[in-house]
Design a protein around this ligand. Structure first.
Ligand code: DP6
Length: 346
């Protein structure tokens, strides 16, 4: 027999950023974070997990059609935890097939090009964990599975839900309280849109994993961020989402991105993810909001130069239209600029 499960997981873009680990092995963060999930119709990872007693050899992983390394510590941590949960089920019910002792074959693909400049590790680890959890028929909730996905990549824990998702940092040393929870489903604020502007599809210079370690080790500004700035932003952001207050949502989104990139600049030696093209996008958003006489667009930047602009559907013409007229292709933006809806996990 061959046992099989397929699942998809969405991309998420943080509006209050995760930046800093208090435990690098368990991927425990120094602050809570909050993200908006993008529609899976546009952006998702599809993962199929199979196992069979007829399979020989080790577990294997295929990513976008090519064999990929499965031996990394983070992937292994996820596989180990999922197998342990299956072993517990098989111990309780001896009639269950012994899937836990069969080699796993995991096949994963993104429906967005690497050239979209979007980090794929969040959707990738979330889909991997869900596919195997489904294959093993684990009864665990998305929040429980988020503890496992977190060990693959911190931001992945937020891709177990759709809509608006918080990663609560937790305080325990074992990480059992560092998990993702749904703040609101996508249907709560379905007009939310994200415009992805690609300044560069190249892989980032300093990976988030290493960048955040350097920031934690050297930045004094970072201490202020985690002690005061992020707790304030988390509270304001949850209020803004609950009230569907876009102006408030936008202000916190932009301030938190600015705060995060300031701690990068305060890292020693400094880390610069944003470039001239990114800064042109910031100015364009400011111009759009000034022309509208209110805040209808919000920029945010992850660990790279690409810009994500959040706006509401009714402002599409004013935001997307104006963006294109303000940012001619000569400014360095690639053609892939694309707009996405916020979306739910099916
Ligand atoms: C700037 O989740 O990629 O996108 O846990 O080391 O895999 P690891 O880091 P990762 O970091 C994401 C950082 C960020 C902000 C965010 O998504 O919250």
């Amino acid at each position: 027999d061959i046992y099989r499960a397929s699942t998809t997981a969405p991309v998420n873009i943080a509006v209050v950023k995760y930046w800093g680990k208090r435990d690098a092995k368990l991927n425990l963060p120094t602050n809570s974070s909050l993200s908006v999930t993008l529609s899976q119709a546009d952006l998702r990872t599809l993962t199929t997990a199979t196992c069979s007693s007829s399979y020989t050899g080790e577990d294997s992983l295929t990513l976008n059609g090519a064999p990929s390394d499965i031996s990394g510590a983070r992937t292994q941590a996820c596989l180990r935890e999922l197998r342990a949960l299956r072993v517990a089920l098989e111990k309780k019910d001896s009639s269950l097939p012994k899937l836990s002792s069969m080699p796993l074959r995991i096949v994963s693909e993104n429906n967005f090009p690497t050239a979209a400049g979007l980090a794929s590790s969040a959707a990738g680890f979330a889909a991997l964990v869900r596919a195997i959890a489904d294959l093993y028929e684990l009864p665990n909730s998305p929040t429980e599975l988020s503890l496992i996905a977190r060990q693959g990549s911190g931001s992945a824990c937020r891709s177990l839900f759709g809509g608006y998702v918080a990663w609560q940092m937790g305080s325990q040393a074992d990480g059992l309280d560092s998990k993702a929870v749904e703040v609101a489903p996508a249907s709560h604020w379905p007009e939310m849109r994200a415009l992805v502007l690609v300044a560069s599809a190249a892989k980032k210079g300093v990976s988030s994993t290493s960048g955040m370690q350097q920031t934690v080790a050297t930045s004094d500004l970072f201490k202020e961020r985690i002690a005061h700035v992020v707790p304030k932003h988390m509270k304001l952001m949850e209020e803004a989402i609950a009230a569907r207050d876009f102006a408030k949502f936008a202000e916190v989104t932009m301030k938190d991105s600015n705060s995060f990139h300031s701690t990068c600049a305060d890292t020693y030696p400094p880390i610069y993810y944003m470039n001239d093209v990114s800064r042109a996008a910031v100015r364009a958003v400011e111009a759009i909001n000034a022309a509208a006489g209110k805040t209808i667009a919000a920029y945010t930047f992850d660990a790279g130069p690409n810009c994500v602009v959040y706006y509401l559907e009714q402002d599409t013409a004013a935001v997307v239209g104006t963006f294109y007229s303000l940012l001619p292709s000569t400014e360095g933006w690639k053609d892939q600029a694309k707009s996405y809806a916020s979306g739910a996990v099916q």
